[in-house]
Write a protein that binds this ligand. Structure first.
Ligand code: 5GP
Ligand code: MN
Length: 340
């Protein structure tokens, strides 16, 4: 967003507005962290604010300040539509295309006409927002919300709740400050969030030290299912619906599994294929190290996208046929799937 647009938005926000903050389906730490951080901030500025998410978050995010106030679209679509239609401004956080909201809420977004403000760090945004605050080099949307607040000249509004929300988003999207998008700027923002009350150790514990026995067993199954294709420096994992059921799968349980495949020596491309019988799809996560763009790969072959090194996708084929399709694409990418 250029300076002129930013000042125009600042002008709009200088009067109390009816604002709805939306984020993507299957919200992660950055989706909820950025949304709730912005929620508390905009409330402090005197706006009437609601957060609307397509569906619920994993258990390990339930402690986030304000989580219980979030409205869920899918369980109550009539109420969700009402909330959307009353909004003067709709913020879209951590996604850049309506289909990321799922069919129900995505469809509803096409029927409203508020001022859309996008804050997001994914590549190739759709063109629906009057104000686009987009930077694919940013570690997380939460880091961008911090910048947004800073741009408005109100960092002093960041209290412990806002700091905890934004810290959570940065922590989860950077893989605890490991991923390449983690910059000195990220650390400066984080340093300020700590000074404003975010408790790094407690937040880490709440997010990561909540493993269940079932989840550990499911991880064991996933690792057992892992296949390594040495020729293509690629590894993938599958989990069928039956396997998920056996270990009483809960939302969020497979978070991070794909990284085990990527952590193998000489592997630069990793995928996990997870069967979802209810939605009749295979949900896929892709990860890479180096220049190989999983964003492009997923866009080209699996109806998805994301970032260069982390993307999601989906397939409507069976689990077996999805894997077959994946394996058959690899030879055409042999030159890109070489270690430098
Ligand atoms: P995950 O594999 O963790 O679901 O997603 C990895 C990254 O890709 C996240 O930043 C996520 O927001 C993004 N992503 C996941 N699925 C999709 C998709 O279908 N389309 C796009 N554009 N991005 C996705
Ligand atoms: Mn994010």
């Amino acid at each position: 967003m250029n300076e002129v647009d930013f000042r125009r938005l600042q002008q709009i926000l200088s009067k109390p507005q009816k604002i709805v903050i939306t984020t993507h389906r299957n919200p992660d730490g950055d989706a909820y962290g950025s949304s709730l951080g912005l929620y508390w901030f905009l409330k402090k500025c005197g706006h009437e604010v609601k957060v609307l998410s397509p569906n619920d978050c994993p258990e390990f995010l339930k402690w986030l300040p304000g989580e219980s106030e979030i409205n869920l679209f899918e369980p109550e679509p009539v109420k969700g539509k009402e909330i959307l239609s009353e909004a003067e401004i709709v913020f879209t956080l951590d996604f850049n295309a309506f289909h990321r909201l799922g069919e129900l809420m995505g469809g509803a977004m096409h029927t409203i006409d508020p001022v859309f403000v996008m804050i997001d760090h994914h590549q190739q945004p759709d063109d629906f927002a009057a104000f686009q605050f987009v930077d694919a080099t940013m570690s997380s949307t939460s880091e961008m919300v911090y910048q947004f607040i800073e741009g408005l000249g109100h960092v002093e509004f960041i209290d412990q709740d806002i700091a905890s929300c934004l810290y959570t988003g940065i922590l989860t999207d950077t893989g605890s400050f490991r991923f390449p998008a983690t910059t000195s700027h990220t650390h400066r923002v984080v340093a300020d969030l700590l000074e404003r009350g975010a408790d790094n150790s407690e937040i880490y514990n709440r997010i990561h030290n909540v493993n269940t026995y079932n989840r550990m067993q499911l991880l064991g199954r996933a690792l057992d299912n892992m296949v390594v294709l040495d020729r293509f420096h690629t590894a993938y994992i599958t989990l069928s619906q039956n396997e998920l059921n056996r270990y009483n799968f809960q939302r969020g349980d497979t978070e991070g599994f794909v990284n085990y495949a990527l952590s193998l020596k000489n592997v630069m491309f990793a995928a996990i294929f997870i069967e979802d019988k209810k939605q009749k799809i295979i949900k896929i996560s892709f990860r890479s190290v180096g220049d190989f763009s999983v964003n492009e790969f997923s866009r080209n072959h699996f109806n998805g996208g994301g970032h260069i090194n982390a993307a999601g996708g989906r397939s409507e084929l069976s689990l077996k046929d999805t894997v077959k399709k994946f394996v058959e694409i690899l030879p055409s990418l042999k030159n890109e799937l070489t270690l430098s």
